[in-house]
Design a protein around this ligand. Sequence first.
Ligand code: SF4
Length: 326
Amino acid sequence: MGDTDCKPRSIRFAIQTTLRRLKIATPHSTEASKPAGATPGTGLPPDFTFSQSSLQAFEECPRRFWLTYLEQLPWPALEATPVQEHEAWMRMGERFHRLVQRAEIGIDPASIAAGLEPPLSTWFAAYQNDRPNDLPDSYKAVEQVLSLSLPPAGRIAAKYDLIAAEPGGRAVIVDWKTARRRSEPAALRQRWQSILYPYLLVEASAHLPWGTLRPEQVEMCYWFTAAPGQPIRFRYDAAQHAANRQRIQQILQRLLAGQSEADFPKVADTTANRRRFCAYCIYRSRCNRGDVAGTLDLFDDEEEFFAVDPEKALAFHLDDIPELAF
Ligand code: SF4
């Protein structure tokens, strides 16, 4: 059972924000920030925090980003069983994350497991049996939020389930996934989570207790309740870090160039896109993209499900970050 016997060094400190400036390239300069005083044309609040979810939404369907984060259209009445089923599953996933969080900060797993019922009992047993056993154990950061300021765009932030690190050694980002099936590695690698998380960790590392990290020291580990013995791991390196920086710059440029709804087009109207995106999107009827909701059993990765709750998505404020124990 991994390293639960090894007590992480106990350090208590607050990380409110990790402030680094990421220069945003303009058409006239590859390095300069946007002109002083310029404001994003999108109408996003100046302290808007981009997350992997919002960037993923924009990349997959700019209109969905517009409706969710700018119009902030209210959550419509639930009309499809798959949506309710998905929500119930996601709530269970949130409970699992809280259980694992308690175990990772040192609470006796047996007392956490007492009284649990399926599927939580099964998931937690899988965690106890198959937690990756090669994680560094000098430091553990649980539910850590890291952010990077991006004037004038706002900032990007990520919330990590677990960072396990050792000074001068490896730093492993662990993400606990409770979807009904293991993700496809190739698809997972392309997701914004796999871009933002290692990128932010490297950029923030000088401010963290284990010290500055080179990209080669960082690894991402996705662990699945659906396949606890088959985590997906991605090594990181300097070339990926440079490419990720560029992707972040580019998506923010595209995003900030938008002025109105028309600048945030709907995903192309193809049969494949209707099945993959619109069938699961809460704005389906508004966009006139079909009447029938998709079914979850056709869905490869539930975390791609389009039922974004705008309130939750917008409630990612760093002011809420508590003092964290390591
Ligand atoms: S219904 Fe389709 S086009 Fe409309 S916001 Fe959702 S994914 Fe985009």
